[in-house]
Design a protein. Structure first.
Length: 104
């Protein structure tokens, strides 16, 4: 679907969407050519919570949380420079690793 089709089908709703086809233009604007609606949520807080859950479960998918009152999607791509702390830790030279708060 396109963003215009989604706005007609899901008027005035919070959604979690996935970019199926997308590219970044010269101004670092993310252009979503083909979009799938993953879930409709009741409010912004519930949408953000569900987005975090889905992003944690499927980190390689290009997911966004949006409201259909917006006429256009304004998604700026930001390049991360730095170190990001992950949730999995491994003790060097051992078989021990930590996921979240549990050691295994």
């Amino acid at each position: 679907m396109t963003w215009a089709e989604i706005c007609i089908t899901y008027p005035n709703q919070w959604l979690i969407i996935e970019a199926l086809e997308a590219y970044t233009d010269a101004q670092s604007q993310r252009i979503l050519s083909r979009i799938a609606v993953i879930e409709s949520c009741g409010d912004g807080a519930a949408t953000m919570k569900r987005y975090r859950e889905l992003h944690s479960e499927y980190p390689s998918r290009e997911l966004y949380f949006v409201h259909t009152s917006r006429q256009n999607l304004d998604i700026q791509e930001r390049h991360w420079l730095g170190v990001r702390r992950g949730t999995d830790y491994r003790i060097p030279n051992t078989d021990y690793w930590k996921r979240g708060k549990e050691w295994r």
